[in-house]
Design a protein around this ligand. Sequence first.
Ligand code: ZN
Length: 74
Amino acid sequence: MALDLVCNMEVDEATAQWTTEYKGTTYYFCAPGCKASFDDDPEKFIGDSGSHEGHMDHGHMGHEGHMDHDHSAH
Ligand SMILES: [Zn+2]
């Protein structure tokens, strides 16, 4: 099963009627409205988790470094 990234429903690749190919990957959708939403702004649905994870990693490391420095100075 593939995941419809727009509504998070599972879609069977064998019977999916609405698909789109983006950057070499095929995405499956449960309805034409979901495909249209994805086609309108694919990065919104694909890039979300990746950019969020990167931001958290960076923020956590920066925060930790700042705390260490502050603590030893006192
Ligand atoms: Zn859908």
